[in-house]
Design a protein. Sequence first.
Length: 103
Amino acid sequence: MPLSVSLSIEGDTTVIELTGELDASTAPDFHRTIEKAAGHGTATVEIRMAGVGYLASAGLRSLVFAQQKVSSEVTIKVVGAIEPVARTIRTAGLDRSIVLADE
């Protein structure tokens, strides 16, 4: 399933909304969006993942890429990930450096 990626600004938050599967074939689209988001200078990058049904290891690498691209003062928040996706993030230990939230 292809990945749909949208980018918007809501106050002091850059919002990236993902729908589909985040894997090796779709990660480059997400990377391009992260690079755009990094330049906005907002305090938070919120990645809305309620529509992501599958997160492969390439998707995890994409979240690490996001951490590397934004300033260390920027909070990265993953919102609405379904349980299998959230579990993958937690198992990789990324929930220690990325905020994992239901809403």
